[in-house]
Design a protein around this ligand. Structure first.
Ligand SMILES: [Zn+2]
Ligand SMILES: [Zn+2]
Ligand SMILES: [Zn+2]
Length: 474
């Protein structure tokens, strides 16, 4: 499609009020609106009022890229109040007036987004309701808007923040926006810069938490505090209530009037008293009550979520265009059993213990790194799917049933090769890396930086030190 195809730009006005249509544009009522008709238009203008949010959701959650990516403007003649979230999922606000004026003001935005849409090929993954489909939709959204996605503070949400452009794509639980963000970041499709860090409940992930000072004895938040008073002349120290006699402060020990703070007495600290168990203490404990699920959580058990402003990586850009989200992890998972890092650590621990007890090491741990895997996929474009499959086939061929495989990230694998000496492990790994490298050099000019490091388990060091040693001097 060339620029000429956009003249004249076609705009669909979606409104129940004929007087508030974008003047001169095609018009449809909210009830009669079918999102698929947007395929024929370059932009939609929705009139503010009841039902406008549903129209925006129906467009953004549609599977067709000629629908969900289309620019949406809000006609807001009377200055209706729109929350930041609402503004973030739109492409602009219009104050009214004729379509010519509207097009003049927004032509660059509409043309820009439609040019991006024209570059995207319809992708099979896009239509799937699973995470891959959403991932493709999300990166295409970011690509077509040419803007990083920002988390916004969102007091209406128990998660405290929202990525509106991601959230609006998802039907169902709003927490999925964070799962999707993690999915994209783990696969190196987006990269972020720090915005904020929030505590969240370890049971329900809500960030609607009430931090309270509590009794160190019975954990009740029903505590009161008062100043401690130290009377210098006699050395007595006690809570302020011991000293109060009508409107004066009188020392309960020596019966003298207290005169000037800093001269004859001081308030060195506070004392807390529990109204439930009457325990007195100077340093209260702290816990967090999750307002959402009602569970009480110790601060050190709370989880954190880091909010970032995200933009696409080069791999993300390439994936947005092709509509294919590559993942060595997912491909390998389809072929062999891949365990989580938590499970890997547990088994590694047991194996170290076994080696220590029986004093013979026949197990080797290997860390394999595809250094520039993401760059390679980016340069390969659509050809990378076939290559990924071949690499996965080589790895699947290499792994035996008794071995354990886990991913640290999408380019770093760990193998626990049981009953394998380090010399045999090296022979096998050399063969594997040679075969994978050959796959690439046979077909391409770009080289893959592939390296591994192996360690024999000797039972003397805990698993975390073993992993640290493997990661050193990569
Ligand atoms: Zn208590
Ligand atoms: Zn005194
Ligand atoms: Zn909770």
């Amino acid at each position: 499609m060339t620029h000429d195809d956009f003249v004249p730009l076609r705009v669909l006005s979606i409104t129940d009020n004929p007087h508030e249509a974008a003047g001169g544009a095609d018009r449809v009522s909210i009830a009669a609106f079918d999102p698929l008709t947007l395929r024929q238009y370059h932009a939609a203008v929705v009139t503010f009022g009841p039902g406008y949010r549903d129209v925006v959701k129906r467009i953004r959650r549609h599977d067709d890229l000629q629908v969900y990516l289309k620019p949406i403007f809000l006609l807001n003649t009377h200055g209706g109040e729109i929350i930041e979230y609402g503004r973030a999922v739109l492409d602009g606000e219009v104050q009214g007036g004729a379509i010519d004026r509207f097009l003049k003001d927004h032509e660059a935005v509409i043309t820009g987004i439609n040019t991006h849409i024209a570059q995207f090929t319809s992708a099979p993954q896009e239509h799937a309701a699973h995470q891959y489909g959403l991932a493709v939709k999300a990166i295409r959204f970011i690509h077509s808007r040419n803007n990083p996605i920002q988390p916004i503070r969102f007091p209406k949400s128990i998660y405290a923040y929202s990525y509106p452009f991601i959230d609006i794509l998802i039907t169902g639980n709003h927490y999925q926006q964070f799962t999707l963000i993690d999915f994209l970041e783990n696969r190196n499709l987006i990269e972020g810069t720090f915005v904020d860090r929030v505590h969240c409940c370890s049971f329900c992930y809500a960030s609607f938490l009430n931090f309270r000072e509590i009794c160190v004895n019975c954990q009740s938040p029903n505590i009161s505090n008062e100043d401690l008073i130290h009377h210098f002349p006699c050395g007595y120290m006690g809570p302020e209530s011991d000293f109060i006699r009508t409107s004066k402060l009188i020392c309960p020990k020596c019966r003298k009037n207290l005169k000037h703070i800093g001269v004859d007495f001081d308030r060195p600290s506070q004392v807390f008293t529990c109204s439930v168990c009457t325990h007195s203490f100077q340093e209260p404990g702290v816990d967090a009550l999750c307002v959402n699920c009602g569970k009480t959580i110790a601060p050190e058990k709370l989880l954190y979520r880091t909010l970032k402003e995200f933009k696409l990586t080069p791999l993300g850009e390439a994936s947005a265009l092709s509509g294919i989200v590559y993942s060595l992890q997912e491909e390998l998972r389809d072929n062999i059993e891949v365990v989580s890092m938590d499970k890997f650590n547990v088994v590694l621990n047991l194996e170290i213990e076994r080696v220590r007890r029986y004093k013979k090491s026949l197990s080797t741990i290997v860390r394999l790194v595809f250094d520039n895997y993401a760059d390679l996929l980016t340069q390969l474009g659509s050809a990378s799917t076939a290559l990924s499959r071949q690499i996965v086939a080589e790895i699947a061929d290499f792994v035996r049933n008794t071995d354990l495989v886990a991913f640290i990230d999408d380019r770093t694998l760990l193998f626990l090769l049981t009953e394998t000496s380090i010399s045999n492990a090296k022979i096998a790994m050399d063969r594997l890396t040679k075969r994978i490298t050959a796959l690439i050099t046979e077909n391409l000019s770009v080289g893959l930086k592939l390296s591994y490091k192996s360690l024999a388990l000797d039972g003397t060091r805990p698993y975390n030190e073993v992993l640290k040693e493997l990661a050193a001097h990569e």
